[in-house]
Unconditional design. Structure first.
Length: 123
């Protein structure tokens, strides 16, 4: 149930993004520079179909958000994540001291004789 609701939630989010991007811009970000009376208190006509669709998608998105929150709260065990970690049995980490073999042997450059491998001295 939770997976189905989550898929519907994601589809609604994508539809909401698409519908908002399709709408015509009113000009002037955040209502700035809109001239006389073109703001919130304008005598604009009825809402367009895209505006109604946006409201519908937004309401459905909020409803699925609340439903997912309720489902997540019911499925939680009532304990903290830290409580579950402390109750879990602790196993010793594997101590494998053998390194995996490299295809060409080691990665060190060939050295002549018994001298240590070191960068050349700056003179």
């Amino acid at each position: 149930m939770q997976n189905v609701l989550l898929i519907i939630h994601l589809i609604l989010a994508l539809c909401l993004i698409g519908v908002v991007l399709l709408q015509r811009s009113e000009g002037g970000g955040l209502g700035m520079g809109s001239g006389g009376g073109g703001g919130v208190m304008s005598s604009r006509g009825a809402a367009t179909a895209l505006a109604k669709l946006t409201w519908g998608f937004a309401a459905a998105f909020i409803a699925t958000s609340i439903a997912l929150t309720i489902i997540a709260a019911q499925s939680s065990s009532g304990s903290s994540v830290l409580d579950r970690i402390q109750d879990a049995p602790v196993s010793a980490p594997a101590t494998d001291t053998t390194a995996p073999a490299l295809p060409g042997g080691d990665l060190l450059p060939p050295s002549a004789g018994s001298e240590p491998v070191a960068p050349p001295r700056a003179e």
